[in-house]
Design a protein around this ligand. Structure first.
Ligand SMILES: [Zn+2]
Length: 497
């Protein structure tokens, strides 16, 4: 009898403990769920139905990946899966989803190599092959600049090659970072950055021909619109443009070209909300050059008030000058312009590129370009939350440019879990043959965010991109977004995907 009572008491005690642990576990789980970005969003009845469709698709991919990690696409190199994921239902659904604004992308790197290749069919383009390098230039006459071999018309070079298809395939390779063996060739961050930057050098003379420049930007806006984007804040170094007679146009004229294109685009596509400019010249310069940059920014602001969103500096942070070396210039700048500074796009902790984060925040930056390393700085994370400074996160860029090889380890996972102010963007999608924004949303949703991150996270990220933009009439922007969103939700529920 005593033994029986003892056993019964033990069973009761164990089940009591089990309940307690279970309860504690559920409490912790729910606390985290309620902390996650988007948890403040209440889904409507239709959204709940659409969420079921979306989460079924997502869970299918994750559960398959969990059982067969070797098949989990987004944990591999982006070049390996960028085309195959486009065929998945979830990708197509995300492609159709209104995604708000692109707030972090560099102008001449949005469209891919096929588009640049199509530009080489324009007349008056000359080419000069120089070993493995290639020089391109539009000109009325044969260019007189020196070159390893001879300048010839692209048209002649193409047709005298005897194999136009091969000629074009070889040419296209000069406009893209995509190769078959990235792990072998892009061995470290400096190597991949040096090749990445050399692409701008090749593409530059093609796109800075003034008529091409305007066409490229027009087609960029079109591509963004087709990818579910309604507004764009474009970063540009504002290079000098040129025409067939070798006449050059300064940075202010380059900005004017952009303004003209945006105005025309808005007439042609009145459902688009336009674009603003973040003047973002190169950071690897002397102090006096930064002073000149600011003069240019002032002139743009004077001539086109409302078009200039603000100022930034670009280039690889590990090798470029840190923000603190331009502190007095940037303090001046912060009084006149909104700052949108690249900072913390690095794997280092406590080195100059990482510490750019302190300077950017102290300078009052409105948003931070990347902020990849902020996850190592509890005080800075607290500060951006308090001051409502958004992080412009570019997951695919960070993986291609070698900050992270498996995106499941991207700090965005923690940023979302901590509900930091985040906007998703795409940086230079054309150079790695990504779509303007869809790949980044897909990879973030499937590869980075928690399995429990649902439609609310997607909606919040889209809404954040509007909220943290500098668009003057945000109510109108959000109202229009809601109409598009409702249509999208209805289509998901109706078509079941
Ligand atoms: Zn960038």
């Amino acid at each position: 009898m005593r033994v029986l009572i003892f056993i019964l008491a033990n069973i009761l005690l164990t089940s009591g403990n089990l309940d307690k642990v279970q309860h504690e576990r559920d409490k912790l789980f729910n606390e985290e769920l309620q902390m996650m970005i988007g948890s403040d969003i209440e889904l409507s009845d239709s959204e709940i139905k659409a969420n079921e469709v979306i989460m079924d698709l997502k869970n299918e991919e994750l559960e398959h990946g969990f059982l067969h990690p070797g098949n989990f696409n987004v944990s591999k190199h982006f070049f390996e899966y960028k085309e195959s994921v486009k065929k998945t239902k979830l990708y197509q659904l995300i492609k159709n989803m209104p995604k708000g604004a692109v707030l972090h992308a560099h102008d001449t790197a949005v469209l891919g190599p096929d588009y640049i290749l199509s530009l080489t069919y324009w007349k008056d383009l000359f080419v000069c092959f120089d070993g493995d390098d290639i020089n391109l230039l539009f000109s009325r006459n044969v260019p007189n600049t020196t070159c390893g071999t001879e300048w010839q018309l692209m048209r002649d070079a193409r047709f005298s090659s005897g194999n136009v298809e091969k000629f074009d395939a070889d040419l296209k390779q000069h406009f893209s970072l995509v190769i078959d063996n990235p792990e072998e060739v892009y061995t470290d961050i400096n190597t991949v950055w040096s090749i990445f930057q050399s692409l701008f050098g090749v593409i530059g003379p093609v796109v800075t021909y003034k008529p091409v420049w305007e066409q490229y930007f027009y087609d960029t806006l079109k591509a963004l619109r087709e990818d579910g984007v309604m507004y764009f804040e474009v970063r540009s170094v504002l290079p000098q443009l040129y025409d067939l007679d070798g006449v050059t146009y300064d940075s202010v004229a380059t900005a004017e070209s952009y303004k003209k294109v945006v105005d025309q685009f808005m007439v042609d596509y009145p459902d688009f909300f336009g674009a603003k400019l973040i003047y973002a010249p190169l950071r690897l310069v002397e102090k006096k050059t930064v002073k000149e940059y600011l003069e240019i920014a002032r002139e743009i602001k004077r001539r086109m008030p409302g078009f200039l969103a603000g100022f930034d500096l670009v280039g690889q942070e590990d090798l470029g000058r840190p923000l603190k070396s331009f502190m007095s210039e940037l303090v001046e700048a912060s009084k006149e312009f909104d700052l949108f500074l690249h900072a913390g796009e690095t794997n280092w902790s406590g080195l100059s590129s990482d510490e750019n984060l302190y300077d950017a925040i102290a300078l009052g930056t409105k948003r931070i370009g990347h902020g990849y390393s902020i996850i190592k700085h509890p005080v800075l994370m607290r500060e951006i939350k308090k001051k409502d400074i958004a992080l412009e996160v570019n997951v695919v860029s960070n993986s291609v440019l070698k900050l992270v090889s498996d995106v499941r380890n991207h700090p965005l996972a923690a940023m979302l879990a901590l509900d930091l102010p985040v906007v998703l963007s795409s940086d230079d999608p054309g150079l790695w043959e990504a779509e303007p924004l869809s790949h980044d949303f897909y990879v973030a949703f499937v590869g980075v965010a928690s399995k429990h991150a649902d439609l609310r996270v997607l909606k919040k990220l889209a809404l954040n991109s509007l909220y943290y933009s500098t668009y003057p009439n945000k109510d109108k922007l959000v109202h229009d977004f809601q109409i598009r969103w409702t249509k999208f939700i209805d289509s998901v529920v109706r078509d079941k995907w």
